[in-house]
Design a protein around this ligand. Structure first.
Ligand code: SAM
Length: 276
């Protein structure tokens, strides 16, 4: 990840109190904003969608490079401000909605993929990522600001302490690029922890597909729910004694030792047994 730089501040909208329940930490560092916009690479070839535009810190520079932008915002007051903005109003379609239940496929246009970005509300980032991953085939890229800890988990490799269920399920569906670490003072109000920007590109052709993705999720969740235990213990509900040799796996391994492909092998073995 690139090193952070000294913050250059802009003042967020006057007279608005950030709402904690909506995870509102507004970006105010123009250098970081410019870096994120460069990473998003806005382009009219795609349908571009922002999650949580807030007061428009990213929305404004992105709109300068696009003829149209969709934005999903839950906060009624912020949605209203953006709608009434004399410049943004022309470029933006605001969907006043909860991104967790928003149907992103409704924005799809013939011949255009979705390009999604946002400085995401941290309190819902993991369920929101799982919701978005279900639209993977429609999406060309997702560029998100998240808690750095979440980006570390998304991009972790086997053997790392951050490697877990989120790493396996995200890497199964997307190629991951950690881009930029962002200090708390880049936001108003400042969060307690560092943030980071990640670019996620859903595989158009996955390097490995499984017969049943819900089984991959279930097996991965079971293995990491007892991550200090061997897989012989944690996957006792799924694997029989003879399976380890068939899979070429040492039964003393732990969840954090297994690659995404090895989790996929386990899920496929279980799927094959259940379909017999
Ligand atoms: N993009 C702005 C920026 O960078 O300054 C604001 C980012 S702030 C971290 C998160 C934004 O997401 C807020 O505008 C908040 O109201 C919005 N938000 C929170 N929960 C949401 C949800 N479930 N669906 C849609 N928007 C949400």
């Amino acid at each position: 990840m690139a090193a952070d730089r000294r913050p250059r501040r802009s003042i967020p909208g006057e007279g608005f109190r950030a709402r904690k329940q909506f995870g509102q930490n507004f970006l105010r560092d123009e250098n970081i904003i410019a870096d994120i916009v460069a990473a998003i690479a806005p382009d009219d070839q795609e349908v571009t969608v922002e999650i949580g535009p807030g007061m428009g810190a990213l929305t404004r520079p992105v709109c300068r490079r696009l003829s149209h932008l969709h934005a999903v915002e839950i906060d009624r007051d912020l949605a209203q401000r953006l709608r009434e903005d004399p410049v943004l109003g022309k470029c933006l379609t605001i969907h006043e909605a909860d991104a967790l239940s928003f149907d992103f496929s409704s924005l799809k246009q013939e011949g255009k993929a979705l390009k999604i970005f946002g400085n995401l509300p941290y309190n819902i980032s993991t369920p929101l990522l799982f919701h978005l991953l279900s639209y993977g085939p429609l999406i060309s890229s997702m560029t998100f600001m998240l808690q750095k800890e979440v980006v570390d988990r998304l991009t972790a490799s086997p053997g790392c302490k951050d490697y877990g269920r989120l790493s396996v399920m995200a890497q199964y569906r997307c190629r991951m690029y950690p881009l930029l670490a962002v200090p708390p003072e880049a936001f108003q109000p400042a969060p307690k922890v560092w943030s980071a920007v990640v670019r996620m590109e859903p595989w158009q052709e996955k390097p490995r597909t499984v017969a049943d993705e819900s089984l991959l999720e279930a097996v991965t969740a079971a293995a990491f729910s007892q991550r200090r235990k061997t897989i012989a213990n944690s996957l006792g509900d799924y694997l029989e004694a003879g399976d380890f040799a068939d899979l070429g796996l040492d039964r003393r391994l732990r969840a954090e030792d297994l690659t995404v492909n090895q989790f996929a092998d386990i899920a496929d073995l279980v799927a094959a047994r259940r379909s017999r």
